[in-house]
Design a protein around this ligand. Sequence first.
Ligand SMILES: [Zn+2]
Length: 507
Amino acid sequence: MRSTITSCSLLWAAVATVVLSQEDRSRLPPVKALALQKAISKKALSTKAHELEDIAYSTPDRNRVMSSEGHNLTVDWITGYLDQLRDYYTYEVQPFIALYSESNGSLEVAGEVIESVVFEYSPSAEVEEEIIAVDNLGCEASDYPDAVADSIALISRGECEFGLKSALAGAAGALAAIIYNNEQGAITGGTLGEPPRPEGDYVGTVGIAKADGLSILSVLEGGGSVTGTVVTESDIRNVTTFNVIAETIAGDHSNVLALGAHSDSVFAGPGINDDGSGTIGILEAAIQLSNYSTNNAVRFCWWSGEEFGLLGSTHYVETLNDTAGELDKIKLYLNFDMIASPNYIFATFDGDGSKYNLTGPPGSAEVETFYRKWFKSRGYNITATAFDGRSDYQAFADNGIPCGGLFTGADETKTRLLYEKFGGEQGEICDPNYHTALDNYDNLNFDAFVPMEKALVASVAEYATSFGSLPEAKKARARGVEDGKIMRRALADESFVMKGHTKLWRA
Ligand SMILES: [Zn+2]
């Protein structure tokens, strides 16, 4: 069941109504990359970004968190546009039940309040105890010294997900955990991932800035002791939320190009780059594609619950898995999560594993090559981003479906090398407003958004026409399922080294 704020489609849907019979559709010209690229305007992206921000700001919480009024209105806004394209797309609003978590809390260290954030799915706790530093990055049970029992564990962010650290702290007997950032600045939010976890129960877990973590650590390393007070209060309950899945009526439905972006934001703000930009990016592609015919069917997916741990995309892939052959029909999945970052990089997924030592399923390397060529041929630099499990491609990759996509950077620091390639602010993170109230319209970078959108529609034209450049699908998927498992195993294997990359999980 979808939420019913019907006035929304009247308010937001500004596209011309396209009324096509089946005959009309077959007369549409075949899609071409250049034509689609030409149809992309800054104005269309900008208008939609304003509309999304207005949606968030029209609600008391000023965000678009899964199951909130702002998110339900976002779903209505998407379907409002799709309603104008009914003769070109069928669409489904897919409800699912998800575990929601809303947490508040505080941290005091040696009697002083430290700016902190409580991780989603953190249990409620009130603990005043000594803080004990954990060895290494706290990704192994052996990193937790005996002294951590009945105390507060202090752990660096990095290498493994927040949830594993919290669970291992709990298993070691800690009563609460503090995770400090491994990049400059605060941890602005994050999820432990839906419980339960095999490693143990979560403990109340807060995130703090790197500088605050290091100053506690320096006292501890100097032989001093530090007392902390961790207070976490959590409202954790099941909610119903919605994915939106639209597919071209025409085209070969056994050969599907799927594109995805997440429609939910974090609590802190309206999420106009994360992932308003991807949401708008695939919506605008869907609108422009409707002027053309395609050989393959094209499926546009707006996922809910990404910020709680990829809930919508995971649910969707599970439902497809229930019907034999459904997953086999998807020949490629492309993900767009943040494509207008203020201090942007132009990145595509490291499909061939050359940069991060982690390849995508067969076909992913060819998709990386496609995007690299596109950017290079237009005089842009391009870099790779890791398949690190931080966005909605993961469930597809786990099932051996080739994956790719575009990304302009989140909380990774712009190194000198990246600065030389892309300009901007060296030493600053790619999106300084990442997961904050300032991730709004004013901070979108259209110098990134417009070329990213053009590349996005170029890939739609390419793969809506043919998957000929990808390895032969069936054999590839058989190998790819194994590759998806290899990705998972690699991420869980302590001897695995992800080159040049120490962070993991949507934070
Ligand atoms: Zn995102």
